[in-house]
Design a protein around this ligand. Structure first.
Ligand code: SF4
Ligand code: SF4
Length: 435
């Protein structure tokens, strides 16, 4: 068997494995080619190129599925548009699924037939990954996360040193030498899962400090590149690290940092991969911050944010897919005086262009920044000085859109904005006031 035949055979086998009921519906003749999804996709909005419309991208996969599953193809293959799977075709899938789709789900929300184009694109990613055609960088990043657990002792010392230095910074910020960033505390209420980097630890540590939270961190970060690859083995393995830590530390809940895909994974994707129910609940830090405000556990003063005007970017995973619309807005309304909505927003929010793992793929930088143009136009139209995003991937992309399109805005996270607005309270006679 030639190498090409081998790849095709493997791809066909993977495609069969992934032919679920939902995929059968998404890849059937349900699409009536009405074209309503076309202008909903930020790639098409930015380029007006019909090749990057949802319907055209999904068609690459759909025609192969039709060959296998549409009964009409037995007599009229040309009628149903059935096509063979070839290696050249698979290479076109790479562009369609990994470069030209962020799996943002805006097209499905706007399809009158409910065609799940992102599911078709995700299936293509999974097939490509199974035959070694997924982006190598995503595979390396996923493997690095797995190897962190396998070599935990090696990383631990360096990690604890970093936490120590952040803890000193926290103590000086809140004016309390007892303030701490706890690691490995058994019986804490919350296991907080950040990303790598102090920017997803410091603001939250400050908020937890002021709210008097019982919390801990462990050694692992929230990102899951196995999900971007649609690689079930790697994705489960990466999530399993956090599940095991939550169980070992006997926490009541896992709180995921400001990260859209990590929240989606832990909240509703990953529980399906395990054959036992989790003993802890999962929430986004957004829900926790909102709860602290509603319960009066922190006092906020919007004037501490220096009267800035702010607009909020609804991350696709947190907003459209996760339904977190009210929470960030309640937080924002308490932290700033001038909140300006983008149009459209909430469920109809336009993807920033950096999702689906694209910010990690330098080969696609130009396409990604072009696809972000509609978002840049939206931000510019608000006239706001600051754009807040509650997802690290989005923040990275918005920072680059800021430079590319000369938006002249400040890009911030919601936790950072909230931490800035906290009015310090006295604790045990110690004023927690920062300078
Ligand atoms: S909106 Fe739905 S039915 Fe219409 S072309 Fe797009 S996928 Fe097909
Ligand atoms: S999921 Fe988003 S990026 Fe992908 S085709 Fe649909 S609208 Fe476009």
């Amino acid at each position: 068997m030639t190498e090409e035949n081998n790849i095709i055979q493997k791809a066909e086998e993977e495609l069969k494995k992934r032919y679920t009921r939902n995929m059968a519906v998404a890849s059937s003749n349900l699409c009536v080619h009405c074209g309503m999804c076309i202008d909903q996709c930020h790639y098409h909005m930015a380029t007006q190129d019909p090749k990057v419309s949802p319907v055209a991208k999904a068609e690459h996969v759909r025609r192969v599925m039709k060959k296998e599953h549409d009964w009409l193809r037995r007599i009229l293959p040309w009628w149903v548009g059935a096509g063979e799977l070839t290696e050249e075709g698979l290479d076109r899938w790479v562009d369609a699924a990994f470069r030209d789709c962020t799996l943002c789900q805006r097209c499905i929300v706007n399809c009158p037939m409910g065609v799940d184009t992102p599911l078709v694109m995700a299936t293509a990613r999974g097939v490509l990954n199974a035959v070694g055609k997924s982006p190598e960088i995503l595979r390396e990043l996923a493997d690095a996360a797995i190897s962190r657990e396998e070599n935990m002792e090696f990383f631990k010392e360096f990690y604890l040193e970093q936490i120590k230095s952040m803890e000193e910074e926290l103590q000086s910020k809140v004016g309390d030498p007892k303030a701490c960033i706890p690691v490995d505390v058994k019986g804490a209420q919350i296991l907080y899962v950040p990303l790598s980097g102090a920017h997803t630890i410091m603001p939250e540590a400050e908020i937890f400090y002021h709210a008097g939270t019982s919390w801990t961190m462990s050694m692992f970060e929230a990102s899951n590149y196995g999900v971007f690859l649609q690689d079930p083995v790697r994705a489960k393995r990466i999530t399993e690290r956090i599940v095991k830590e939550a169980e070992r530390l006997e926490v009541e809940e896992v709180v995921v940092t400001e990260c859209g895909h990590a929240y989606a994974t832990s909240r509703w994707e990953a529980p399906k991969w395990f054959d036992r129910p989790w003993k802890f609940k999962v929430r986004s830090i957004l829900e926790v911050m909102d709860e602290y405000i509603r319960l009066g556990r922190v006092r906020l003063d919007p004037s501490r944010n220096n009267g800035i005007s702010v607009t909020y970017h609804d991350s696709c995973n947190l907003g459209r897919n996760g339904g977190l619309f009210k929470e960030p807005r309640r937080i924002l309304q308490t932290c700033v005086k001038d909140l300006r909505e983008m149009t459209p927003n909430r469920r109809q929010s336009i993807c920033c262009g950096g999702g689906g793992g694209l910010v990690a793929l330098p080969d696609y930088d130009e396409v990604r920044l072009k696809a972000g143009e509609p978002k840049a136009r939206q931000i510019h139209a608000t006239g706001a000085e600051t754009v807040v995003a509650s997802c690290d991937n989005c923040r990275h992309q918005l920072g680059q859109l800021n430079e590319r399109y000369k938006l002249n805005v400040n890009v911030m996270g919601l936790a950072e904005l909230m931490a800035n607005a906290i009015v310090p309270q006295k604790k045990d006679g110690i004023s927690s006031a920062s300078a």
